[in-house]
Write a protein that binds this ligand. Sequence first.
Ligand SMILES: [Zn+2]
Length: 464
Amino acid sequence: MHVTLYGAAREVTGSCYLLETQSSRLLVDCGMFQGSDRLERQNYIPNNMSAEKLDAVVLTHGHLDHCGRLPLLVKEGFSGPIYATAGTIDIAMLILSDAAKIQKDDADRENRRRKGQGWASISRPLFTQHDVELVSKLFRKVEYGRWFHPAKDIRTKLVEAGHILGSACVEMTVFEEGYTKKLVFSGDLGPWDMPILQDPARIEEADLVFMESTYGDRDHKTLPETVAEFQDLLKAAFDNKGKVLIPTFAVGRTQQILYHIAEMFRQKIVPPMPIYLDSPMAIAATELYSRHSELMDQESRLLQSSGQLRKDLSTLRTCVTPDESRALNNVTGPCLILAGAGMCNAGRIMHHLRHNLGLPGTVLIIVGYQIKNSIGRRLLEGANAVKIFGETIKVNAKVKSLGGFSAHAGQSDLLRWLEPMASKKPRLVLMHGESHQMSELSYKIKESYGLCAESPKFGETIVV
Ligand SMILES: [Zn+2]
């Protein structure tokens, strides 16, 4: 049996493992590369993956860097089942459809440019909504904790990963030539004790572990500290009648932020004020979360089923159309505006920044990672002015970053996840991280459990 790595090897995106036994071939994840032109050029299905000869795909969760190459796989001839939890199927469909739309818009824009310059070549999107629909027909829903057989010699179980709705770690037992081997793929792991989702499941043993290492070099700020800072900012904004802008990631982060706001209103820590959710994608994702309360932790399930959450968030308004979004320019504070994109590099948040950064009462709360050279990053670094849509905007707003809302486990939680398996001394492969994060985590793992971790490159094959 062997496993070949077709992504997320010494980098964070493109998760994709090809497992081959004597009689079966299957993929765990089939994610997209994101972040730079160099990475995006890797968004294809390598020939030696032989898409049409794959038995199945097992999906850890619905983020694009884990499912984004599925439409390409289907275009290359894959027609087998794609196993995932119900939450993952819904999130993956939402995210893939959004990606198809963005690619179509980008290709249309590029084609207008080429036409204007008299070029004959045509830019085509990587995949279309039609391809996404073909993927949707292949999904097979599986429940957490139930064994299923994606191939005749492979038994598989998905267990909670605590990262986003429906996210799972994959436990796989392979029966080959009279012996059995247990493989574990962590997928993306969430932190312990986060609201809404359950904690990552305890996995007792494995012969080979593929483990993510996105934040392998550090711990995040604690959640209670982060929530306390968030409360202080909202209280001050209420007193100053300020507008609070929160650039959000649609899936996971938005729902968590809403959860904390609801709690503050319920406990009368912050007086209720209007909340505008100005992102069709985040509105759709929030709707999916509320439809899948069976995948949440007990507290969130109860808040949903009793109607308490809806009561707490009675001041929440959703803005679907561009007109509804534009109308927020005339709204006065105190209020909260949650809009995408989370990295302040596109989307409706750009308009809100343009209109409000110059006003001293505005508070901009950054709740996620901001890439280098992005407007979000420049604002965090204290820029006095930023350029938005070609216009220079003076910054009089207060800009604050809250560090503890990550959907990824920090170093201590990664070690905690590995601990039950570590005593049996499995072979360990670190994935989904950059070299600095991986080497820091490797060092800690060696120190804590005496295990030596490997960090293979893209295309390398691990022979078991
Ligand atoms: Zn993820």
